[in-house]
Design a protein around this ligand. Structure first.
Ligand code: GDP
Ligand code: GDP
Length: 433
C-alpha cells in the first residue's frame, strides 16, 4: 500500500525547500551530473522507520498568468484524489492571500487529511503571527521553518499517523505493474496479455479504489497486474496531465513487487525513465526493463548489444536488471517479459541459507578484507540474510562504522555474482559483534 504526501500551496511559500529537506538526497548531487534532478519533483523520504513518497506539486504548475489559478486548483484536486496526506503550505510572512483562499476552497471538499503548514517561522516571534491561519478554517496549524528544519518533526509525526497500514494485503500472488512515460505501449501490453477478458478481481478498497488489480492466470503464469494505464483522466489544464501521470506512476510502483518499466525504443532512455527507475530502486522493488516498439528500429548484428550497453551505462550503479526487447504490436517477446518479471520476483523473495552464504562469502572476504582504518583491522565474522520483503544482509563485524562504501559495493557485487539477484535492489548492513 502506498503512502503519498503531497505538498500543495501557491508559489514561493517554500514547497520545494521542504521537499528538498524531506527527501534530502545525498544522491541529488550525483543525479545533478546526469541532469536528472531538473524535472524531479517526487522522491522517497522516511520518518520513524516509515517510508513514503513526497510530491512537490509546485514543479508542475503552469506559468502563464491566465491558467495559473485554474491550474493550481485542479492540481489540488488531483492531490486530494491521489495522496494519502496533503500538506497545505502557507507563508507566515505574507499571511493569507487570495490564492490561499482559493486553494482552501478546494481543500475543504477533501476527505483526506489536510495539514496546514505555516512556513518561514524562523524564530519564536513569528510564532504569534501563525494564529491568523486559523482563519482558513482547516484546523490545527503546524508552524515550521523549511530553511532550518524546526517544527518538521511534529509535522511528520502527525503526517505518518494518517498512513495506511501495510498489511491489508489480500493476495499472496506476485504483483506486477507496468510503468513508463505516456505512449510507450503500457495499455497495448495489458491488452495483449489480458485480451478482452479483463477480469477485474479487486478494485481495492479505500484510497486506492482507482487502481485496478487484474488476475492473470494463463500459460502456467499466475500473478496480479496492477493497471493504472487504462485509468487516464482528462485534465483541463495541459500541464497537469504530467502531474497526474506521475501520481499514478508512484502508486503503481509502490503497490507492486516488480515494476515492468517500458521504454520507447525510438526515443531511447530519457531522464524521466531514469527517475521512474530510481523511484522503483529506492522503494526496493524488483525491476524489468522492456525496450518496446523494437519493430520500429532498423537493426544490424550489433544493434541490440549496443542499445543494451547504453542503457546499462545510464542505469549504473544498479544495472543488474533484465532488459527485454519487445514489440507489443507484433507480439514479440511478450512472454519473455512476463517470464523475466516472474524470475525477478523469485529473486526478490529468495532466502539464502546462512551456511551457504557464509561458505561462499567468508573465503571471498578473507581474500579481500575491508581495508584497515586508523591502524585497526576490521574482521567480518559472519553473515545472515534478514527476513524482509526484499534481500537484506547483515554482516557482523568488530568495527562496523569503519567499513566504507566502496567495500560495501564490493560485497554487493560478490553477492550478485554468486547468488542470482538480477532485477532486485540489495541492502547491506554492518552490525557490531
Ligand atoms: P515554492 O515555490 O513554494 O516551491 O517555494 P521555494 O521552496 O522555492 O521557496 C521560495 C523562497 O522562500 C525561497 O527564496 C526560499 O529560500 C524561501 N524559503 C523557503 N523556506 C523558508 C523558510 O523556512 N524561511 C525563510 N525565511 N525563507 C524560506
Ligand atoms: P501507453 O500510453 O503507454 O498506454 O501507450 P499505448 O499502449 O496507448 O500505445 C501508444 C501507441 O504506441 C499506440 O498507438 C500503440 O499502437 C503504439 N504501440 C504500442 N506498442 C507498440 C509496438 O511495440 N510497436 C509499435 N510500432 N507501436 C506500438
Amino acid at each position: 500500500m502506498s503512502n503519498i504526501v503531497a505538498i500543495v500551496g501557491r508559489p514561493n511559500v517554500g514547497k520545494s525547500t521542504l521537499y528538498n529537506r524531506l527527501t534530502e538526497t545525498r544522491k541529488a548531487i550525483v543525479d545533478d551530473t546526469s541532469g536528472v534532478t531538473r524535472d524531479r519533483h517526487y522522491g522517497v523520504a522516511e520518518w520513524i522507520g516509515k517510508p513514503f513518497t513526497v510530491v512537490d506539486t509546485g514543479g508542475y504548475v503552469a506559468h502563464s498568468e491566465d491558467v495559473f489559478e485554474a491550474a493550481i486548483r485542479e492540481q489540488v484536486l488531483i492531490a486530494i484524489e491521489e495522496a494519502t496526506v496533503i500538506l497545505f503550505m502557507v507563508d507566515v510572512t505574507t499571511g493569507i492571500t487570495d490564492l490561499d483562499d482559493s486553494i482552501t476552497d478546494v481543500l475543504r471538499r477533501s476527505k483526506k487529511p489536510v495539514l496546514v503548514v505555516a512556513n518561514k517561522v524562523d524564530n519564536n516571534q513569528l510564532l504569534n503571527d501563525t494564529h491568523i491561519f486559523h482563519g482558513l478554517g482547516l484546523g490545527e496549524i503546524f508552524p515550521i521553518s523549511s530553511m532550518t528544519g524546526s517544527g518538521t518533526g511534529e509535522l511528520l509525526d502527525e503526517a505518518v499517523s494518517h498512513f495506511n497500514d501495510l498489511q491489508e494485503e489480500e493476495s499472496t500472488l506476485p504483483k506486477f505493474s507496468i510503468v513508463g512515460r505516456p505512449n510507450v505501449g503500457k495499455s497495448s501490453l495489458i491488452n495483449a496479455l489480458i485480451g478482452k477478458e479483463r477480469n477485474i478481481v479487486t478494485p481495492i478498497a479505500g484510497t486506492t479504489r482507482d487502481s485496478i488489480h487484474i488476475h492473470y492466470n494463463q500459460f502456467g503464469h499466475e500473478f496480479m497486474l496492477i493497471d493504472t494505464a487504462g485509468l487516464r483522466k482528462k485534465t483541463k489544464v495541459k500541464e497537469n496531465l504530467e502531474f497526474y501521470s506521475v501520481m499514478r506512476t508512484i502508486k503503481a510502483i509502490e503497490e507492486a513487487d516488480v515494476n515492468i518499466l517500458m521504454i520507447d525504443a525510438v526515443d531511447g532512455i530519457e531522464s524521466q525513465d531514469i527517475n521512474i527507475f530510481h523511484l522503483a530502486e529506492k522503494n526496493k522493488k524488483g525491476i524489468v526493463i522492456l525496450i518496446n516498439k523494437w519493430d520500429l528500429i532498423e537493426k544490424n548484428q550489433n544493434t541490440t548489444k549496443v542499445f543494451e550497453e547504453t542503457i546499462r551505462e545510464r542505469l549504473a550503479p544498479f544495472n543488474d536488471v533484465p532488459i527485454v526487447f519487445t514489440s507489443v504490436i507484433e507480439k514479440q517477446r511478450i512472454f519473455k517479459a512476463v517470464e523475466a518479471a516472474q524470475a525477478v520476483y523469485e529473486n526478490k523473495i529468495k532466502k539464502i541459507p546462512t551456511s551457504k552464504l557464509n561458505d561462499i562469502m567468508l573465503p571471498i572476504i578473507e581474500n579481500t578484507p575491508p581495508p584497515a582504518l586508523k591502524g585497526k583491522h576490521i574482521k567480518i565474522k559472519y553473515i545472515t540474510q534478514i527476513q524482509a520483503s526484499s534481500p537484506m544482509f547483515a554482516f557482523f563485524c568488530n568495527l562496523p562504522q569503519y567499513i566504507k562504501d566502496p567495500y560495501k559495493r564490493f560485497l554487493e557485487n560478490k553477492l550478485r555474482e554468486n547468488f542470482d539477484f538480477t532485477g532486485v535492489p540489495i541492502q547491506i548492513f554492518f552490525r557490531q559483534k
